[in-house]
Design a binder for this molecule. Structure first.
Ligand SMILES: Nc1ncnc2c1ncn2[C@@H]1O[C@H](COP(=O)(O)OP(=O)(O)OP(=O)(O)O)[C@@H](O)[C@H]1O
Ligand SMILES: [Mg+2]
Length: 330
């Protein structure tokens, strides 16, 4: 699945319908008064958060969203129909900004939450409005107004509950691939993953939890190095991080420190996020080396690592058990 988390769209409210000039024409009513109706109002454009959506992918193909125009007024003081609301569904967690100024217009977090992003234009007035003692037969009416039009920037921070982080090549994508139905690209070189991969992992209760495999972090990521900022931003809203360390790396303890430092430097409370430490590729070490490395990692991080092998499917059940426990899921 290709993942797009930013989209630009233009929203346009409907134009108001014109008012009209008309006069009552009835038998036995000589000189019937003005009876032109008002135009209907243009429809507004409304964004609505929908929990079934995960991405902003749809907005890649359709960019202009225009609501219906209001209808013209009718004779006999009939008001034209107003344009219907145009409701656009967006994933929960979508932030809406004005494109040019970057001003935050709203943050749609809860399912069903709505935000009106463009109002429709007012309908024009029919000549019935202009009846006065001085002018008993006004010809005057007004046209409908244009609806508002705004260019918007939509931005979705992934609503993954669990983020998988670590240095490039640690085996993050391999892990999400064995835990979920996600099929990310996996390869023996750094920066294989360039955009986060989402995968839904089934909980014991049958429901799903979204995991995100984040592109590898490197030293300086918090300042934007590598694929830095973009991706740290994605994990801001996760509830739990799984930090994957490659047991086969030259210096696993040094690797651990690099990532911890980046989390700290980024701020936004990331270091305080509940975190599980996982030592992947355990099969690359001899049985007697493993406890020693585990100990060292624990001393540096204050967390006892869980040794797993994503590629060979070892200890994954224990990992998930810990995840559910941390999330408070039975
Ligand atoms: N338990 C394991 N034992 C041995 N090799 C493994 C294990 N887990 C993953 N690998 C290998 O490590 C390499 C990197 O894996 P993967 O692409 O999952 O890393 P990544 O952390 O997602 O990297 P990137 O940050 O570049 O996306 C792959 O060649 C994969 O087969
Ligand atoms: Mg990867």
């Amino acid at each position: 699945m290709q993942f797009i988390d930013q989209a630009r769209i233009t929203v346009r409210g409907g134009r108001g319908g014109d008012g009209i000039a008309a006069f009552r024409r009835e038998k036995y009513v000589p000189a019937g008064g003005p009876s032109g109706g008002d135009g209907g109002h243009g429809g507004p454009v409304v964004l609505e958060a929908d929990s079934n959506l995960q991405t902003l992918l749809d907005f890649k193909y359709k960019r202009l969203f225009a609501a219906d125009d209001g209808r013209r007024g009718g004779p006999n003081k009939c008001t034209g129909a107003s344009g219907r609301d145009l409701v656009i569904k967006v994933p929960c967690g979508t932030e809406v900004r004005h494109l040019a100024t970057g001003i935050l217009l709203g943050d749609l977090t809860d399912p069903g939450e709505r935000l009106t992003v463009a109002f429709g234009g007012r309908g024009g007035l029919g000549n019935a409005h202009y009846l006065s003692n001085r002018n008993r037969a006004p010809e005057k009416f007004t046209e409908g107004r244009d609806g508002e039009e705004w260019p918007l920037q939509l931005e979705l921070k992934l609503l993954a509950e669990v983020g998988i982080i670590g240095l490039p090549n640690a085996g993050k994508s391999t892990l999400i691939a064995v835990l979920s139905a996600a099929r990310p690209k996996i390869a023996d070189y750094p920066f294989t993953t360039l955009v986060p991969n989402l995968g839904v992992v089934r909980r014991p209760s049958g429901d799903g939890t979204v995991f995100a495999d984040i592109p590898g972090l490197i030293a300086g990521a918090a300042q934007g190095a590598g694929l830095g900022h973009d991706f740290l931003r994605h994990i801001e809203r996760t509830r739990l991080l799984i930090h994957v360390v490659d047991a086969g790396a030259d210096d696993p303890v040094g690797d651990l420190r690099v990532v911890e430092k980046e989390l700290e430097a980024y701020g936004h409370g990331l270091v305080d996020r509940p975190r599980l430490l996982v030592l992947n590729k355990q099969e690359l070490l001899l049985d007697e080396q493993l406890p020693e490395l585990s100990n060292e990692l624990e001393q540096v991080s204050g967390r006892a690592p869980l040794c797993i092998s994503a590629a060979m499917g070892r200890n994954l059940d224990q990992l998930l058990e810990r995840v559910w426990k941390e999330l408070g899921i039975a």
